[in-house]
Write a protein that binds this ligand. Sequence first.
Ligand SMILES: NC(=O)c1ccc[n+]([C@@H]2O[C@H](COP(=O)([O-])OP(=O)(O)OC[C@H]3O[C@@H](n4cnc5c(N)ncnc54)[C@H](OP(=O)(O)O)[C@@H]3O)[C@@H](O)[C@H]2O)c1
Length: 384
Amino acid sequence: MNKKGMISKQKKETNKEINRRDFISKSALLGAGMAVAPLAFANDKKTSIENLLKSPSINEGKRMLGTLEVSPIGLGCMSMKSGSYNPPRENKDMIPVIRGAVDLGVTFFDTAEVYGPFTDEDLVGEALAPVREQVVIASKFGFDLTSGQRGGRNSKPEFIKQAVEGMLKRLRTDRIDLLYLHRLDPNVPVEDVAGTVKELIKEGKALHFGLSEVSPSTIRRAHAVQTVAAVQSEYSMIQRALENQVIDTCGELGIGFVPWGAVNRGFLGDKFNEYSRFSDDSRFAAVPYFAPEAIKAHMEVLILVREWARKKNATPAQISLAWVLAQKPFIVPIPGTTKLHHVKENQGALSISFTHRELKEFRDALEKIPLVGVRGPETALVDQ
Ligand SMILES: NC(=O)c1ccc[n+]([C@@H]2O[C@H](COP(=O)([O-])OP(=O)(O)OC[C@H]3O[C@@H](n4cnc5c(N)ncnc54)[C@H](OP(=O)(O)O)[C@@H]3O)[C@@H](O)[C@H]2O)c1
């Protein structure tokens, strides 16, 4: 063989080796449950592993929200200080939870100006200051908090700019990686909000733009002015209204989807049962799917989740998160917790995979269970 032939043979061998290594690493990723995500909801027969491997949303144990790379599961920090599900916790007790999450590979942290108000951002800023360069901080504006309490909605451009100055101070940073509009202000067109965030991005005070609890048409209108990286809304096995167009719109536009409530505020983590009752002053009492008849009905979902947990040698919270992750490759849940052992447990969802047949079987069973007190599909088409 002449020199040219030898070089060409060597090149072919090298390419073969690269392809083989590439395949092994991707298969390992699939085995690790990172990438077992159909490209459409579970019943779509067109889904194939080839498509999955081509997906730009999967990147070696990371997921993409638009062009923002994050850990496949983030940490919701709301309940640490908001008083929503438990009394506000001391910073000294929550800082180890947040830093422990970083040690476990979490790079995506979620807070908002209204949690506390302000104290949750303060906590997140303090906890993440030593590792600021390694993490992605998401926060949200949109409420009038000038009285120190949650007031009405306010997204007037000057108000947003002023809010962001406060957020940067509390978060102890010079930029917010993902800046969300928390709730749409009916008096301010979303184009004006997107335009204001665009200016903040030009100034470097925000890096990416997000929306929360908005309709597909609002997503499109905002995205036309400033690229939207992520939409955050409630989504779980029990709250599936957003399968009506919102999640598909995100997929079509290359926007990430960040479900809050992925463990159904603890219910799918097996924290409650049919006998759980909430006092009138508890936040749970105001949630229709925590009414006695609703939790009784949803025990069927929990029983199904427990069955899958047994099959997969996992916990119900892990199954609930793995199910959400498996719906689309651009979904990044942010389970909230005040406990490091729950962060650890929740991260364990990343090692659970479902075959397409299993996902279909799971969905078929879910669809037979009547849900009570949840949003209807038509609610996905209106801003909340
Ligand atoms: N955009 C919005 O409008 C919006 C609304 C609500 C929330 N959020 C964000 O989304 C995040 C998550 O939502 P969420 O907190 O409302 O709902 P969630 O994550 O479904 O539920 C949180 C609750 O589940 C419990 N939990 C978590 N992991 C568990 C596990 N492994 N086993 C048993 N229980 C477990 C937690 O209790 P423990 O503390 O006991 O673990 C906590 O009370 C929030 O932290 C917040 O950052 C956004």
